[in-house]
Design a protein around this ligand. Structure first.
Ligand code: PEP
Ligand code: MN
Length: 342
């Protein structure tokens, strides 16, 4: 349900509505509905409950929401969500550039790459300290020492960090070191993990499961938001199809479809979709053309030595090229990409 307050409702009337929602055993979420203050109600199971709210002073109307996802829906918030994380703004119509190594391998490697992407216009740093790997024998990440390295690289170069959380037990630890928590494709429906990450209250980058529908993706966003995350960004990173010419199939069709029904920003990961560096720039441009709010790109200055996903990493020079051509596409669309240093 959504309780829309009249424009002249008082703070006391709003509090009374929230108290009533609490007494009914439900949760309140403050949202804005056009120019009205509104309260999203979650946890209710039937239509009949609205009679306890309909008649309260200050209430303009109570609307039953039709979608199973509530907080992520445009029904509850018609305007795009806009979040600011450092110098990056998601959802304002421009394109945020997130770049960095797939994995934190060492202090030197991370500091080198961070400096190079920062100089070339990245606004946020990516890098995994905990890596979900298909093989148990592959490099699993440095763990907490990796987070310390990321925090140092962030401080030195002024780039906020996004890094993956792979288990509920380390959600608050990763939150201490980073500006944004990442949920990987393999964990999109790990609901205990989503709840724990939501509870940190941190911004979250939610990667679409490699076989998840749009609705399932928004239900996972709902797990995060109903547990306390206020800033959720969806990431399209390619899905599994019959095609074997790319690591995954970049599904740019999800971008306009998501924007139609949700107010959440959506970015594209052209590195994990393509799997090959030669197609990272084309995937990036397709994402921008389809309306993505940002890109998250693997960059490595010694890709042959990379411990994770070297073949899809752009060199720093190729990252410069990406910034340049993306800037042109953005300009044609009346947008900008990355920071002013680009
Ligand atoms: C990553 O971004 O490092 C990653 C593991 O991506 P995904 O979860 O999309 O495979
Ligand atoms: Mn990777």
């Amino acid at each position: 349900m959504l309780v829309i307050m009249s424009t002249d409702s008082t703070d006391r009337q709003i509090q009374r509505v929230k108290d009533r929602i609490g007494e009914m055993g439900y949760s309140s979420h403050a949202v804005s509905w056009h120019d009205h203050y509104a309260i999203g109600v979650t946890g209710n199971k039937g239509k009949e409950d609205r009679i306890y709210l309909d008649g309260l002073p200050g209430v303009l109307k109570v609307v039953t929401l039709s979608k199973p996802y509530k907080l992520a829906s445009r029904e509850i918030q018609p305007e795009n969500s806009v979040y600011k994380i450092g110098s990056a703004t998601f959802g304002d119509g421009n394109v945020v550039m997130i770049a960095g190594p797939c994995a934190v391998e060492s202090k030197e490697q991370t500091l080198r790459i961070t400096e190079q992407v920062a100089q070339r216009g990245a606004q946020m740093l990516r890098g995994g300290a905990y890596k979900p790997r298909t093989s148990p024998y592959a490099f699993q990440g440095l763990g907490e020492p990796g987070l310390e390295i990321l925090a140092k690289a962030s401080e030195k170069n002024g780039l906020p960090v996004v890094s993956e959380v792979v288990d509920p037990g380390t959600a608050s630890l990763v939150a201490q070191y980073t500006a944004m928590l990442q949920i990987g494709t393999r964990n999109m429906q790990n609901f205990i993990l989503l709840q724990e990450v939501g509870r940190t209250g941190k911004p979250v980058l939610l990667k679409r499961g490699m076989s998840a529908t749009l609705e399932e993706t928004l239900m996972s966003a709902e797990y995060l938001m109903s547990n306390g995350a206020r800033e959720v960004v969806i990431c399209e990173r390619g899905v599994r199809t019959f095609a074997s010419h790319a690591r995954n199939t970049l599904d740019i069709s999800i971008i306009p479809a998501l924007k139609k029904i949700s107010h959440l920003p959506i970015i594209v990961d052209p590195s994990h979709s393509s799997g090959h560096r030669y197609s990272v720039i084309p995937h990036s441009l397709a994402g921008i053309g389809a309306g993505a709010d940002g890109l998250i790109v693997d960059v490595h200055d010694r890709p042959d030595e990379a411990l994770c996903d070297g073949p899809q990493a752009l060199s720093p020079d190729q990252f410069s090229e990406l910034m340049e051509v993306s800037g042109k596409v953005c300009a044609a669309l009346g947008k900008t990409i990355g920071s002013k240093t680009a």
